[in-house]
Design a protein around this ligand. Sequence first.
Ligand code: HEC
Length: 114
Amino acid sequence: MRIGNMIKWVSGLFVLSLAVSMCLHQAHSEDAAMILGKKVFLELSEPQCALCHTLADAGSTGPVGPVLDELKPTADRIRTAVTKGIGPMPANTILTREQVEAVALYVSTVSGAK
Ligand code: HEC
């Protein structure tokens, strides 16, 4: 093999493996956020979202707020409700930004908003 071809081949392989690892990384961090989001919904929020909301994926049947499977709120709408509160729903005071993002991704995804 000529040295020029060899270099092309090696650098092609490098770019390809970089692309694959970037995709894997993205999928991996999205999975992690979904897992964290479910945990926020069921455990980490205070009071817990699950106490007030029904969401099939989380197995919750809270009767106070809207049924999220029917409302299908977008991530934006969830973020706003959680950070500012809405009506009788209290604004979050303990979740980190990452946890708010995770619950917004989780609820919007499993309720079918996106
Ligand atoms: C104490 C009960 C309670 C808790 C805890 C609670 N909610 Fe709510 N939530 C409500 C009520 C009641 C409404 C309806 C408010 C209204 O429309 O006036 C609501 C509305 C919403 C909405 C719809 C907002 C809109 O734009 O109409 C979303 C999305 C939502 N809640 C998500 C969450 C998430 C996520 C959590 C946990 C971080 C949570 N809620 C915790 C009671 C609660």
